[in-house]
Design a protein around this ligand. Structure first.
Ligand code: SF4
Length: 219
């Protein structure tokens, strides 16, 4: 993993994303922050049973703080929910030195660099896919994968296709799972402020989903 992380940190395959993070204006409330402005790495226990896949870092979230799902509204929702289900040691994710640890899970991204409007191009998703595939291969105790959003789900499918698994019948459906070679592939709406504020993703439903995943991986 150290070698993989080293390669990711050096990566500049997506010129548009490198330019974006280097040139985008910083909001006033963060004007005194030193932005990470590099690819954001996966984090947690690579020997755990659960892999959570997010979409891409937010410019003022992971791209600012330098840690996945840290320092923004999506992180607040996700980490407090994971905490309720026992997957983290604290309910918040504010900065790289806050002591957050994941229990029995690893969390990563389909795309490592913050995209404009939070929407990466297909070519950028493809450029970044080998990093995710390497992480999945490294998880020797994997029992469940939770995809946060359709983009994350499609990235998991790209891995399955490489493994010659027929994915035609697999559709992104919030809260549903598929059993594939003894591994459960779960889907959820992404915990973005838009999905949370419109109640597309409800906190209780999400916590219940996480608890059911916890029960499954421990069974
Ligand atoms: S998004 Fe991925 S492939 Fe593109 S520059 Fe960042 S780390 Fe490299």
């Amino acid at each position: 993993m150290d070698r993989l992380d080293h390669d990711i940190l050096k990566c500049k395959k997506c010129e548009r994303l490198v330019n974006y993070r280097n040139n985008r204006e910083v909001p006033l409330k963060f004007k005194n922050c030193k932005y990470w402005n590099k690819p954001v790495l996966g984090y947690g226990d690579i020997n755990g049973n659960l892999l959570v896949i997010g979409m891409a870092p937010a410019f003022n979230g992971g791209n600012r703080t330098g840690r996945i799902f840290t320092g923004d509204k999506s992180s607040d929702f996700l980490i407090s929910s994971l905490y309720e289900a026992g997957f983290t040691n604290i309910p918040t994710s504010e900065n790289r030195n806050d002591g957050l640890k994941y229990n029995n899970m690893y969390i990563t991204l389909a795309v490592r660099c913050a995209p404009p409007d939070n929407i990466p191009l297909k070519s950028e998703i493809a450029n970044c896919s080998s990093y995710l595939h390497n992480e999945i291969d490294s998880m020797k105790n994997l029992k469940a994968v939770l995809c946060l959003g359709k983009l994350a789900f499609d990235s998991a499918l790209s891995y399955l296709k490489i493994k010659k698994i027929n994915t035609k019948k697999l559709k992104f459906i919030n809260g549903k799972y598929y059993e594939i070679n003894n591994i459960r592939l779960y889907s959820s709406y992404h915990p973005s402020p838009r999905n949370v504020n419109t109640k597309l993703l409800k906190k209780n439903d999400f916590i219940n989903l996480l608890r059911s995943i916890d029960n499954y991986v421990k069974s």
